[in-house]
Design a protein around this ligand. Structure first.
Ligand code: S3P
Length: 439
């Protein structure tokens, strides 16, 4: 069902403490890896969003029982590395690039044929970055655009070994190949140009996988004993926390506390960028959850100034760049986002869509091939804007609406449930004037 978000300019500061939903990347991995373990895994704080539920769906279609006793709890009855069965239906990854790319890894090691597909949006995203190295490793893959686009047909089997230097810093590529490495007698080594998120390494190592990390290199080989099941509490998603942090950073007088958010250094680029801009953001009550660091994030509004964000910092903030651009519209001076060409192959071309929608609100932004330049501070004016089917864009526009004159209406807002179910209620609890309506 399609919906829209109506957001009014905040008349008072955002205040209070809230929790954000569980981490999307970790939720996907927990289900997928647990299905490869031998025994029963229990996952608390699971992200009950469309993308992660697509992962549950395909894992079930591969013959693994996944129970959902509550929206945020999953119980997975893993049957070991050889436990996936030939699916009797096409594996529908919906709109989730993480589901499709990670799934291809273990499928490369299984001796049956599977077909993977998803929304037209997913089928337009580049898959050659995983299909090319998987074919080199020994998997048979065919698909659209010379096997670089879904739908993809994969037949796994006898794999060799692989030493792969990835052109892009992508955790999806790295994770896909490491998962294939669990089935590759010759082992798999992946080297990245910069450090992408390392949730796969943390979780697989905790399950007993023989994984070795050395700087930007990770190696893995088939385990000599079964992977151990997991008992996991998923941290709050820093990519979802980002929307509330920016909201509090731009609404005058705000003071918010976001509880138990993941603070993994490979994900904390937005927090670091906000601090460089002048935000008063501190961590307290640090707690380790199964190898993943978490903390409460406490932000008090303070004036922001423009900065340059580039290089490895972009990788640490890749999903937060649309909302970072919103913060930049309210910062004094120029903000430059560079080296962010990967944004063009996310759920949408996020350079183009972020610029087109923020311009409608009155933002002054110049487009660059690999990013954008934002001039601030700019007064924004509420109007009708479009999500383009991109959850992170819809959420970023809702945050912009908090400082835009009058009312901002975000169309196509149903996608916010991909990563942040309950966003409108959570923001309203902090004092934001926001409602979701069906459209
Ligand atoms: C993800 C990795 C990132 C990120 C995506 C989730 C993951 O993609 O943008 O939202 O869970 O591994 P890339 O690995 O393609 O950069």
């Amino acid at each position: 069902m399609s919906s829209l978000l109506r957001v009014r300019r905040a008349q008072s500061p955002l205040k209070g403490r809230v929790r954000v939903p569980g981490d999307k990347s970790i939720s996907h991995r927990a289900i997928l890896f647990a299905s490869l373990a031998e025994g029963v895994s229990e996952i608390e704080g699971f992200l009950d969003g469309a993308d992660c539920n697509a992962t549950c769906g395909v894992i079930r279609a591969l013959g693994i029982e996944v129970e959902a006793p509550s929206p945020t709890r999953r119980i997975v009855h893993g049957r070991g590395l050889e436990g996936w069965r030939k699916p009797t239906q096409v594996l529908d990854c919906a709109n989730s690039g993480t589901t499709l790319r990670l799934l291809l890894g273990p499928l490369a090691g299984r001796p049956f044929t599977a077909v993977l597909t998803g929304t037209p949006q997913l089928c337009s995203r580049p898959m050659g970055r995983v299909t090319v190295p998987l074919r080199e490793l020994g998997a048979e893959i065919t698909g659209a655009a010379e096997s670089t686009r879904a739908p993809l047909t994969i037949r796994g089997g006898a794999l060799s070994g692989l030493d792969h230097r990835s052109r892009v810093a992508s955790a999806q590529v790295k994770s896909c190949l490491l998962l294939a490495g669990l089935f590759a007698p010759g082992g798999v080594r992946v080297t990245e140009p910069a450090a992408s998120r390392d949730h796969t390494e943390i979780l697989l190592a905790s399950m007993g996988a023989p994984l070795v990390r050395a700087g930007l290199q990770v190696s893995i080989s088939p385990p000599t004993s079964p992977l151990r099941p997991i008992q996991l509490e998923v941290p709050g998603d820093p990519s979802s926390a980002a929307f509330l942090l920016v909201a509090a950073a731009i609404v005058a007088g705000s003071h918010v506390r976001l509880e138990r958010v993941g603070t993994n250094p490979t994900r904390s680029g937005l927090a670091a960028a906000l601090r460089s801009m002048g935000a008063d953001l501190v961590e307290s009550s640090s707690l380790d959850l199964s190898g993943e660091p978490t903390a409460d994030l406490v932000l008090r509004q303070a004036p922001l100034r423009g900065i340059r964000l580039a290089g490895a910092e972009i990788v640490r903030a890749i999903d937060e760049l649309p909302v970072f651009a919103v913060a930049a519209t309210q910062a004094e001076g120029e903000t430059v986002i560079a080296d962010a060409g990967e944004l063009r192959v996310k759920e949408t071309d996020r350079i183009a869509t972020t610029i087109s929608e923020l311009r409608k609100l009155g933002a002054e932004i110049e487009e660059r091939p690999d990013g954008m330049v934002i001039h601030g501070p700019t007064p924004l004016r509420g109007c009708d804007v479009e999500s383009h089917g991109d959850h992170r864009l819809a959420l970023a526009l809702a945050v912009a609406g908090l400082v835009a004159e009058g009312e901002t209406v975000i169309h196509g807002a149903e996608v916010t449930g991909d990563s942040f179910p309950g966003f409108a209620e959570t923001l309203a609890r902090l004092g934001g004037e926001i409602v979701e309506e069906s459209s």
